[in-house]
Design a protein around this ligand. Sequence first.
Ligand SMILES: [Zn+2]
Length: 344
Amino acid sequence: MNSVLKSLPKVELHRHLVGSIRLQTILDLAQEYKFPLPVSTLGELKPRVTISPNSGKNLGFILREMAKFTQLCFPSRAAISRIAFEMIEDAFLDGLIYLEVRFSPVYMTAQGNLSQVDVIEAVLEGLNQANRYFPVQCGVIVGINREMGKKVAKESADLALAYAGKGGVVGFDLAGDEAAAPPREFENIFIPLRADGRLGITIHAGEGAGARSVEDAINYLGAQRIGHGVRAVEDPDVLDLIQRQNITLETCPTSNVITGAVQSFATHPLRFFLEKGISATINSDDPTWFNTTLTNEYSNAIDKMNISLQDLAKAAQNAALGSFLPLEERLALADKIAPMYTTA
Ligand SMILES: [Zn+2]
């Protein structure tokens, strides 16, 4: 089954660049740039930067340990371009034909060598190079984190707007601890983005906080898509709002189980969303961190979440139609993948 799922043309809307770095690349970069990595082999590195549903580790571990490790991996533009290039190669090998990758330029400038512009340019350059070899179209989502200062977050938003329509920048994202920093706090940053209208808006919500956070992300920040959104299931009114406004939910099953946003694969609301006609999608979030791939998430959907091939096809269509591409391109993408799912 896995080889069939791998061969299906896939679209992914929710993947972080920082959670996609190859383990070998972390070791290579540590050697090349001499950054202090307390491990030297793949075997030692793997438990430090990956996490599985039954490992007993939680979101705190991810943020404290893993994000700290991976933050070392952006010492230069060349390193960032390499990471972006390899992510596209991996996506190609996994059967993706369209991917929207997100990253926070502020997080990636923490070592002090690069500006936010350097980071964006380096990612775009890596993606461009990859496109010469691998036919995976890629949209870029510039992100901010709830934990960073509002001033640098605003700078990221201004930059994202300056890049809108150039080199594939298609969207803007808010990530981080939603329970500690509700969507409303960021309203001012999103006003110019909403007024401009060229960038799609996606907000991490309904993961570490409940349905209200999803509702606020839509009403106060103009979210067209919600990162995760699984806890929207807690409030029928919020589900109605999602349906009325045709909001796309970017669910990430393995991630959702590991972070505790859902109890288990069996109780994940993806099937409920799809049966209800909500535009829900399947994503990997952070393939390296969560030791997964999009194919593996498709396989989880069928094997562990009782999702039919028909509903899987629906999720794939939702991803194509929910992407931040212009409407004609979204429709073309949906048309391109549909026949492959009916014959699978
Ligand atoms: Zn995410």
